[in-house]
Every structure is written in C-alpha cells, then in structure tokens.
Ligand binder design. Sequence first.
Ligand SMILES: C[S@@+](CC[C@H](N)C(=O)[O-])C[C@H]1O[C@@H](n2cnc3c(N)ncnc32)[C@H](O)[C@@H]1O
Length: 243
Amino acid sequence: MSYLLVREDREYLVEAGDRLESDLGVLEVPDDVAAGDRLETHIGEEFVVRTPRGPDLFDHLERTGAPMMPRDIGLVVGHTGVAAGDRVLDAGTGTGILAAYLGRLGVDVVTYEQDDEFAEVARENMHTAGVETRVEVRTGDVTDDLGSLSGFDGVTLDTADAADVVARVPDLVVPGGFVAVYSPFVESSRDCVEAAREADLVDVETLETIQRGMEFDDRGSRPSTRGVGHTGYLTFARRSVLE
Ligand SMILES: C[S@@+](CC[C@H](N)C(=O)[O-])C[C@H]1O[C@@H](n2cnc3c(N)ncnc32)[C@H](O)[C@@H]1O
C-alpha cells in the first residue's frame, strides 16, 4: 500500500516506513501512516498524506513501456462495461497502468509481459498500487500461452502483435465477452478489425481518441490551443452469444 505525500509545490509516492530525503529535509514515514495525516521533515516542512488514485499512479509509477492514458482507459471501461468480479486477460503489461486501474475496479487480471525486467517492475508497481492480489503479472509472450487460456470475460491488448491475439478471442472469452485493443497506429487497428471479422466477432468498431482541454480565464472560455489531443486508436469487439 502506498501513500501520496502532497504539498503545493510537489508530491511523492511513498510506503509506510520509507525514509524520504529531499531538499526539504528528511522525512520518516511512520509505519502506521494514514490518509489525512500531516507529516513534517526534520526541518519542519509539512506534507499532507493522501491515498493515491489512478491518475496519481499514472504520474508516479515507475515507467517501462508507454502507459495507456487515463482518457483511453476511460473509453475501455465505458465501451466494455468491465466491472468488479470480471476476469480479464491483458497484454502487454508494460508499466501496468491499465492493469492497475482494472485491479482497483475490482477486476481480476492476468497480464503478460515478455520483457523480464519490465515484468519485475510491473510486479512492484502492482504492489505500490495495492492490487498485487488482483493482478497476476506473468513473464512471457502471451501468444505462446493462448492454447492454455480460456474463460475470461474480456481481453485487453496493447501490443504490436495484438491482431494475432484477436484472432483467438473466441477461444479466450466467454460468449458475450469483449476484446479491447489500444493501437498507436491505424494500420494495426485495421489488422485487428480484419482479425475480428475473420473470427466472427460482433460489434466491431474502432475509435480515435481525441481530447481537448478547456481554458477558462477573465477574457472568456475556449478549447486549449496547445497540443493536438490525439492519443491513438481503440478497437472493440465481442464474441457473439448466438453460436
Ligand atoms: C505500450 S506497453 C503496454 C502499456 C500498458 N498497457 C500500460 O497501461 O502500462 C507494451 C508492452 O507490451 C509488451 N509486449 C509486446 N508484445 C507482447 C507479447 N506478445 N506478449 C507479452 N508482452 C508483450 C512490451 O514488452 C511492452 O512492455
């Protein structure tokens, strides 16, 4: 279980018993630390303790592969209806942001990461996120294990070879189960759509994620002119119940 130490100018993600050293002094995090506590460094600089939520984990977990953005995770949750009690197969784990969000929702996740070191970091990240009992990080190429995996409520994919897994979704999920694929390039989305159609999946759709922030100041209100707001493409499909 981790905690966020917050003050106006900065935040730190820590665990009970940690010793935090910074230019603001040394802070010993008590073993019985709790949200709402106020802690001081040895030179009297104060932090307030808060429980981290998904966006805090996005900001502070150790990164390996580029994590999915909260906005894309929101679309996955909204379009699949994934919920507490579901079992989800995820690949690749990467930093584990999507897996951590799902775990915090009460979803049981089996997630595959082919890079040994990334998998080790992801396990530590799941511990930091407090979801290590819900999210099982397996080291290996998910495509090697497809023959022994079944009975999931859904599959979430963020890999270059996602289309190979989409082709096997009828064997991986229960009738009505879903697959959601995040692709940075539209070519991979097309491959996934073709694989989904070939596998007789239904409700196949691809969405581009574009988000514009709004700015409010004394002169008026308008969309932010910074950045394009594009993240990537999400492809969704379901196994039919009419088989
Ligand atoms: C973009 S990252 C995933 C980020 C993750 N969705 C998150 O929210 O943090 C892609 C990861 O997938 C892993 N990967 C790629 N192909 C894989 C495969 N076939 N099986 C397991 N892991 C794979 C890569 O090593 C990489 O770490």
